[in-house]
Every structure is written in structure tokens, then in C-alpha cells.
Design a protein around this ligand. Structure first.
Ligand code: PGA
Length: 250
């Protein structure tokens, strides 16, 4: 049985003092859940969040990293740096990074490899645009993104990759994929993994849904056969709302 993994993606929100207050409130609200709880926060908040989350069941992740270990890459942060302060997870290939910061399937693949080399667990985002969906290309786009992202990884590494299926038209728009649509897309991704890495791996890999998840739709989405939790943007910014999503099964 795969567990449910629910990750918040704060994007470029929350000052350190707000982050500390958030975790102080959030911690008590999610302490009894069996689901895995992750907060992916801006670099500037990482250290504060790691300190505040110590001794709780809240895991901390970053939202991006560079694939090189060190060197002349002004403004970048490496996997080794994240690991050195105790970060456990990192979002890679988010559609906003693909769209605004020239992230490609190739750089996403390099970053995933660097994450594993440094003991970080990647949360890898894939998803189609509205135009691609309307022209019937959803399955082709998301299976290609998945195949290229995971290219060259070992079976064990693939098992430990979290994939977030995030249809781009559903991100921050209030439009959610229907639970059936989201589940079907996730089944396509799982089938692609089975084709390349075998059924054992495909049955274990956590695949989340993301795109306008909120407390009002979390239970329906996360109860589907292949949806193993969610990557939550806007609704993760309020501790009580995000806690309701984490506690969807209570
Ligand atoms: P949203 O963002 O929940 O605000 O739609 C999800 C994401 O971009 O990860």
C-alpha cells in the first residue's frame, strides 16, 4: 500500500517570521496524521523552518536547485548545500520554472540525478498546457516528460522519486481536473514507469496530483486509486486550510 504524501509549495511567499509562526500553529494540527507532510519553502526560509520543525512530523523541502555541486553559478544553490543544513526534499521541474526560467527535460534530469547523489528526495513535476490537452496530447506530453526526467536512474532511485502530475491549466486558476481525469493521467504516468522499470517499481512510486487542491476537493482527489496525495500551492499558505488537506482522511 502506497502512503499518501502531501506537500505544500509556498512558491515565493512567506518571510522567515511568518514561516516560523506558521509552523508553530501548523505543527499541532497535523501531529496525529499518518500521511507524510512536507513544506517546500523559499531558500531564505529553509533554515528557520528546519529549526521550527525539529521534533515534529513535518519535513522540509526546497523548490529548486542547481545540478552542479559548486562553482561559478551566481545566484544558484546546490543539492550539497541543501543537504548540509538538513533539507530532505526538493521540487524539480515545476511548470513555473519550465515556463519562466527555461527549465528543460534535460536540466530536470540532471537535477534529479544530483539530488539523489546528495541524498535528497526529488518531487518531479509534469503536466500539460490547456492547448496540449485540447488537442488530445495530454498522455503523450506527460509520459514523455516522465520518461525524460527519469532517464538513466536506477530502479531504486525511481521508486524513491515522487512525481507530481500538475496540469498547467489547473495551477493557481481555481480549476481542478476532475478526479477521474487526474486519476487517468496518473495511471498513464504509472504505466510509462512500468514499461521502463517494471511493475514492482511502478506499484511503489508515489504520484501526486497538483493544481488548485483545497480542503473542499482533497478527499475526493486523494481517495482515487492512483492519486497518492498532492502538491498544494495557494491552499498551503494558511496553516488551518493546509492542515485540513493533510487530514483529509480524518
Ligand atoms: P496551486 O499550485 O495549488 O496554487 O494551484 C500548485 C502548484 O503549483 O504546485
Amino acid at each position: 500500500m502506497r502512503k499518501k504524501v502531501i506537500a505544500g509549495n509556498w512558491k515565493m511567499n512567506m518571510l522567515p517570521n511568518e514561516a516560523i509562526e506558521y509552523i508553530q500553529e501548523f505543527e499541532g494540527l497535523v501531529k496525529d496524521t499518518k500521511n507524510e507532510v512536507i513544506l517546500c519553502v523559499p531558500y531564505i526560509d529553509l533554515f528557520y523552518c528546519l529549526n521550527s520543525a525539529q521534533g515534529t512530523n513535518i519535513k522540509i523541502g526546497a523548490q529548486n536547485m542547481h545540478w552542479e555541486e559548486k562553482g561559478a553559478f551566481t545566484g544558484e544553490v546546490s543539492a550539497q548545500m541543501l543537504k548540509s543544513i538538513g533539507v530532505e526534499y526538493v521540487i524539480l521541474g515545476h511548470s513555473e520554472r519550465r515556463q519562466y526560467f527555461a527549465e528543460t527535460d534535460e536540466t530536470v534530469n540532471k537535477k534529479i540525478k544530483a539530488a539523489f547523489e546528495n541524498g535528497l528526495k526529488p518531487i518531479v513535476c509534469v503536466g500539460e498546457t490547456l492547448e496540449q490537452r485540447e488537442s488530445g496530447k495530454t498522455a503523450e506530453i506527460i509520459t514523455t516528460q516522465t520518461r525524460l526526467a527519469l532517464d538513466g536512474l536506477t530502479n531504486d532511485q525511481v521508486k524513491n522519486t515522487i512525481i507530481a502530475y500538475e496540469p498547467i491549466w489547473a495551477i493557481g486558476t481555481g480549476k481542478t481536473a476532475t478526479s477521474e481525469d487526474a486519476n487517468n493521467s496518473i495511471k498513464e504516468i504509472r504505466a510509462e514507469i512500468e514499461k521502463n522499470y517494471g511493475k514492482d517499481v511502478a506499484d511503489e512510486v508515489i504520484i501526486q496530483y497538483g493544481g488548485s487542491v483545497k480542503s473542499a476537493n482533497a478527499k475526493e482527489l486523494f481517495s482515487m486509486s492512483d492519486i497518492d496525495g498532492g502538491l498544494v500551492g495557494g491552499a498551503s499558505l494558511k496553516p488551518d486550510e493546509f492542515a485540513k488537506i493533510v487530514n483529509f482522511d480524518k
